[in-house]
Write a protein of this length. Sequence first.
Length: 135
Amino acid sequence: MYSFDVKYRVTYSDTDMMGYLYYGNYARLYEIGRVETMRSLGILYKELEEVHKIMMPVVSVDARFYKPAKYDELLTVRTILEDIPTKLIVFKNEIFNSENVLIHSAIVKLFFIEMNSNTRISCPEWMAKMIKLYF
């Protein structure tokens, strides 16, 4: 298992009229966590797409809202890889408020597309090897 934390402060533009993080913005936090987690593993999304010609589209999101995130609150976005990817890569997200209380969780599944042929592929071997170093 591998876990990586990113801090994010809820901005005014993130919130709804109640001063809560708008529910549609949680997916952006998953993406921030996912990109930074991959970066911490030495895998850059930009290189994945531009050099290796691989995209990782989201196939499903299962989200749970426990408590609201509030305007100006500093959140911890924890992204967890529990398994080495095969046909899918699965990220578990946990979001904690400034009191370190779990306020949100999600499971985001992505698959791999080879951009030149636009075909679905398994996780590239080089990528699986890099991730495996941390397990």
